[in-house]
Design a protein around this ligand. Structure first.
Ligand code: SAM
Length: 286
């Protein structure tokens, strides 16, 4: 096997549009045109995409029901020097889509894995949400069964990062009601529906308002959607909170220096700073 052939062997992870075909990148088109094989989640769906761009690369199916048998076959092709592109029905492969096993197996075999980045519904929704985007957590699809879903949401109650969910339109109302009940109706949330498509709708409101709106307007229960919820607001540093209740009690009962020493030991805060605050408290209560 020549070096040239070896270097062309790679698994390309190619992002495709989430609705608007204009969002495909020129690098994605170039890759899909030049690889030996495209592994697609749904070949009928992807055939339409490829036909639109006049790409006639061979397509094979790669989805959750055949990945066990397809993964070793694709790896064998890659090891023979072939190049393969993986695409899903929409957006970035592996983001709530198949591909994890293939990437893992390719890396284990030291096969080059190359990203061809592009659309992703979660990131597109986050970028327009107006919710904090410096730290966020992608949760994928919440559980379908209500009991399991409520337990799962309880584990997210104290999450401070912006939460991003994919939600099926069939479950949007029930899921949002559970989110409101478990996470609190006053949190800011964003429903981003049909992004990049004709009926694109992005609405930001409290969870209370958003639930009422979705229940009221059945159009909001249709299509593809991303739901984002602000993380729980930081209630202040735990040590500071403790200090606020502790220091006045200590100052009432003890000399300032001793109050500051104990408060510093309990909270871990700086003793000199606490001494100054304790002194100020003592002055104020004279
Ligand atoms: N891999 C895709 C990506 O990168 O976004 C996601 C695939 S996941 C199976 C499909 C889910 O993504 C949909 O149920 C919906 O929650 C979200 N989604 C996909 N396209 C969307 C769009 N145009 N607008 C809003 N949400 C979308």
């Amino acid at each position: 096997m020549s070096n040239q052939t070896l270097s062309s062997a790679a698994l390309f992870l190619v992002a495709t549009p989430i609705g608007n075909l204009g969002d495909i990148s020129s690098r994605a088109l170039q890759t899909l045109q030049s690889v030996d094989l495209i592994a697609a989640e749904d070949t009928r769906h992807s055939k339409r995409l490829l036909q639109h761009f006049a790409i006639d690369t061979r397509l094979i199916a790669y989805h959750e029901h055949n990945e066990d048998q397809q993964t070793p076959q694709l790896i064998a092709r890659l090891q023979r020097g072939r190049s393969v592109a993986l695409i899903s029905d929409a957006g970035t492969p592996l983001v709530s889509d198949p591909g994890y096993r293939l990437v893992q197996a390719a890396l284990q075999q030291q096969i080059r894995v190359v990203p061809v980045p592009g659309p992703c519904a979660a990131i597109a929704a986050l970028s327009v949400s107006g919710l904090p985007s410096d730290r966020f957590v992608f949760e994928g699809f919440p559980p379908a069964k209500q009991g399991t879903r409520v337990n799962y949401l309880q584990t997210l109650q104290s999450e401070q990062r912006t939460l991003i969910f994919y939600v099926s339109c069939h479950r949007i109302t029930d899921t949002m009601i559970d989110m409101r009940d478990v996470l609190g109706g006053q949190r800011q949330a964003v429903l981003a529906r049909e992004l990049t498509k004709t009926y694109e709708t992005i609405r930001k409101a409290t969870l209370d308002e958003l639930v009422a709106w979705v229940i009221d307007d059945s159009d909001q229960q249709k299509g593809e959607m991303v739901l984002l919820i602000e993380g729980v607001r930081e209630r202040g540093n735990g040590a500071q909170l403790l200090l606020e209740s502790l220091l006045p009690v200590l100052v009432d009962e003890l000399p300032v220096k001793q109050a500051a020493t104990i408060a510093s030991k309990v909270t871990g805060l700086n003793k000199n700073e606490l001494y100054k605050r304790a002194l100020a408290l003592k002055e104020n209560t004279k």
